[in-house]
Design a protein around this ligand. Sequence first.
Ligand code: RFL
Ligand code: PHB
Length: 389
Amino acid sequence: MRTQVAIVGAGPAGLMLSHLLHLQGIESVVLETRSRAAIEATVRAGVLEQSTVDLMTATGVAERLLKEGYPHHGVYLRFDGHNHFIDVYELMGGKTVTVYPQHEVIKDLVAARLAAGGDLRFEVSEVRVGDFDTERPWVTFRHEGAEVRLDCDFIAGCDGSQGICRPSIPAGAYTIYDKVYPFSWFGILAEAPSAGKLIYSYHEKGFALVSSRTPTLQRMYFQVDPLDSVANWPDERIWSEFYARLEGADGWTFESGKIIKKDIIGMRSYVIEPMQYGRMFLAGDAAHIVPPTGAKGLNLAIADVKHLADGLKYFYTTGQTGELDAYSDKCLRRVWRAEHFSWWMTSMLHRFPDDDKFQQKLQLSQLRYVVSSHAASYSLAENYVGFEG
Ligand code: RFL
Ligand code: PHB
């Protein structure tokens, strides 16, 4: 088999890349280890930046997003027993974020690719990449019992944090920047009325986050020890932890309900530089990870593949590699801005095991500053809505 761009991974990065290339008349094949049903059901991100919404709109895959997504005018920081609103919409002159689940983005992109006759291969195995230091790279894999070799001009490594593309780059050709945090997030999906608000809460018992998926489905998180397990948390214990961390003098409260999903999510920051080697380009979580506190991961994945699609278009129209050569540098400006913002939000809002009282006073002072200074709330809003770097 032969194609122009072999795309490994059908997450937001791989699917959006295939969609963008198709619109520019460039052929691709997308290879995914999981089934279509599995990728369309995995609960992950929820917050889309304005630029992600704009790109989906401009490329014709936002019909459901515009109908079913929830634009939020801003976010709340909760501390000292009160909700403090950061009016992102007002501060950013009409730009804002939209809550629309990542697996719905996946469904929309898969449907668009299939409707356009796109070649998506689910449930592939034994994926290998090679010769990407030449002009004739290849990918081999097993699909429906057959061994397949796919020759291509370029490989896009969109296979997430556990993929095979990044580890295929020779050691010594890159630098890794890595940080692991001393806590994880316990996440739940609950059949309960949405609070209608996105709330990041700082509390001496630890961080908690209130988000939603639909008017009747809440998505909530609280920080736990990284060694904790789902088995330690029966429903009643979960709700009493949320009530303890979210109670306050203002009397704000929320409704509990039936918990239909529980998971624990590790927190880390990670960047590989450069994000390319020869004719292989890494995009999304394959190249960088952020802790979810800044709601950036999916948005970075989409921003990367926009640059990659532009670079490939330039190559196929001019035969020149200049734009592709600059791919990593272009992406990394935004990536490092998001890395800093996500680390900063994480540091401001979580309890660290080695915190002392001094540290907590600094966190509270920072939070009060962010909600009372125009400059500081503007800076949070500018980063939250998405800053190119
Ligand atoms: P993905 O989504 O991990 O997709 C990679 C795909 O590659 C497949 N794969 C392979 N396919 C073929 N061959 C192989 N050898 C393969 N190995 C793996 C995998 O099965 C998978 O389908 O990466 P991508 O496309 O880079 O997208 C990144 C985002 O998924 C991720 O950054 C976000 O989910 C992060 N994130 C958030 N991002 C936001 O922008 N806003 C948010 O509100 C937000 N909240 C979150 C989040 C991530 C979370 N978790 C679970 C880590 C909240 C949470 C809880
Ligand atoms: C979510 O809705 O899942 C969500 C919202 C905000 C974040 C992370 C996750 O920072």
